[in-house]
Design a protein around this ligand. Sequence first.
Ligand code: NAP
Length: 446
Amino acid sequence: MTSLLEAAAAGASAEDLLAIPMPESTRAAFVLRSEQDMFAGMESNDKDPRASLHVGEVAIPELAPDECYIAVMASSINFNTVWTSIFEPLSTFGFLDRLGKESIWGKRHALDYHVVGSDASGIVLRTGSAVRNWKVGDQVTVHCNYVDDQDPSAHNDSMLAANQRIWGFETNFGGLADISVVKANQLMPKPTHLTWEEAAVNALCNSTAYRMVVSPNAGHMTQGDKVLVWGASGGIGSFAVQYVLNGGGTPVAVVSSPEKVALMKGLGVEHVIDRREKGYKFWKDEHTQDESEWRRLGKDIRGLVGDDVDMVFEHPGRSTMGASVFVTKRAGKIVTCAATSGYMIEYDNRHLWMKLKSIIGSHFANYREAWAANQLICEGKIVPPLSAVETLDTVGEAAYQVHHNLHEGKIGVLCAAPSEGLGITNPELRAQVGEDRLTVFRRHGA
Ligand code: NAP
């Protein structure tokens, strides 16, 4: 590890950090363009991130005026790193090549390696000449909405920007590295009561769930709403159930094991469905759905909460969308951000139009939404679902775990932080929020 990273991890002053030269390269996790066809013809489940994700030294690019270098203390595994590492549904080098054609700064991204990762907590090492709100030494978390704010389409809701991208997925120089490059408008304050690894697992999933459940741009939940949350102990689901509880709603959490049921109870969720125990078979075969199974789910939900749900937090996609549209209440919303099990969706449209339901597409979050979601973490109202910690050297294994649904909540990845448990600067707030609440996923997985 270079002395600049050691100094940052030890809490050096801005002056001291500026006195140490920036290294020319950094340790990072990346996939290779030359290997983008390595899994051709294989089933999705057999494509192994441990074979495609490499860890090694890569050059640090020149800094654009609106960017910062950050020392990444910790990062996390998101499902988009799984997609990149199995080259599905397509190779992400196409994204980098398109960005490369946009500007001289974009050109830096079109390389034969793709440094992945869309989360980070860390310390600002250098600021570009146009950066005003952040300074060297600031402790930050990073959200992954990457937009060119000189484009008029990026204003109002920046998720609607024509050039909106996800950092570390559709751009290079992502967060799974010791040093990363981010736009200044990706930075947010690090929650002072959290460790580096706790602070690193939130921005992507927390902001996504905030927009889907809370924001007027998507679910806009109101008090009393009943919300079905698929994958409620997973990355985005574990934030979604917290938002429903916080907003005075009633979550109906769907998970797939008794352990995950217990975890939901530990988080304060009363109504939990174990989909594996129930054995729902929404698809009779590859082409035919079974409406009686949708009805069975609807009956189970009414048995728990006495009514149909106002909203479904949808992301499994093909496996569940037919059921999700069916079980939603008249005029209810199905908010979707993904299609893990397949994106060619089928549902019975009669149940949608006759009952005036809406399907709402949602994707990550704009800066304002990400900031609001981060603020709730800073105040201890939302807790990080950190269940396990890996190191950058074992990033392939961590991505494998997420690919095969062997994890709960989020897996943190230590990068420049020398060990776990560091980074807390407000122990009083930590005590107030409660160690038990903050570590509910970690203790459960232990
Ligand atoms: P995750 O941690 O793997 O959690 C997903 C959960 O969904 C799993 O734990 C599993 O829970 C459940 N699930 C998986 N397949 C299912 C199926 N066929 N039927 C029912 N439930 C199923 O992943 P995540 O981080 O929450 O992300 C979920 C999806 O959202 C991914 O596709 C990801 O790429 C996407 N995403 C999109 C955005 C965006 O901005 N658009 C942001 C974040 C994530 P159980 O087995 O316990 O039921």
